[in-house]
Ligand binder design. Structure first.
Ligand code: DX5
Ligand code: ZN
Length: 222
């Protein structure tokens, strides 16, 4: 599978969200990543279902909804109704991980578990077989524009081994601090989808930035 790029609209201009999303599609994005934060699970508040629903109207690209909220089980149905194609949630935010995965998959949506840098992979190993995606955070969830934590690549390599053993279709996604300098190493570690916020939205030419990310940052670290 080629590396897919999922720009995060956290770094978009929210007053022009429709145009921003359309521009991502024109610029070669594969997926649109929507960061939902509740100010409780993480110390930041972003947006909820109405914005996901609005974004849905402006693109045919898959919507990847990353829930950083407590008790995500309460909102799964509402985010699916709003147009989510992927839903990831943090296991640290709920005691109903197994039920949530089932509820997402029953509706034909892809289910993901998100792990902050301090949450070990071993804590979710039992869910790997039924999961569609593992979202490995390479910063602590909460804000865009943070610095990539390199140790997370070891977690990616561990996840690749679990994938080979338990679920060959598992999608490995990385989120936080991804840029043109580290993308080649990220891809080489076995990541399938890279979420990219500030690097894409801060670029003078978003299309060129996404093309370079897909090309491993033009392999500049090797
Ligand atoms: C952080 C979010 C990320 C973030 C990525 O909590 O989950 O998706 O927006 O932004 P950058 O690429 O700027 O780290
Ligand atoms: Zn995210």
């Amino acid at each position: 599978m080629n590396l897919k790029i999922a720009p995060s609209i956290l770094s978009a201009d929210f007053a022009r969200i429709g145009e921003e999303v359309e521009s991502l599609e024109r610029c070669g994005a594969d997926i649109v990543h929507c960061d939902v934060m509740d100010g409780v699970f993480v110390p930041n508040i972003t947006f909820g279902m109405p914005v996901v629903k609005a974004v849905r109207k402006h693109t045919a690209l898959p919507l990847d909804v990353h829930l950083m909220i407590i008790s995500p089980e309460k909102y799964i149905g509402a985010f699916i109704d709003s147009g989510a194609d992927f839903i990831s949630f943090h296991t640290a935010a709920t005691e109903k991980t197994g039920e949530i995965i089932d509820a997402i998959k029953e509706r034909g949506v892809k289910a993901g578990i998100a792990l902050n840098p301090d949450i070990p992979l071993s804590s979710v190993e039992k869910y790997i077989e039924k999961l569609d995606m593992l979202l490995i955070m390479s910063v602590y969830a909460g804000f865009g524009g943070q610095k990539f934590i390199p140790d997370c690549l070891n977690k990616v390599k561990e996840a690749v081994k679990l994938k080979e053993r338990l679920n060959k279709d598992l999608i490995i996604e990385i989120d936080g601090g991804v840029n043109l300098q580290n993308i080649a190493e990220i891809e080489a570690a076995g990541v399938n989808i890279a979420v990219v916020g500030s690097c894409v939205f801060g670029a003078a030419d978003r299309g060129e930035c996404i093309a370079k990310l897909k090309d491993g940052g033009q392999r500049r670290i090797f």
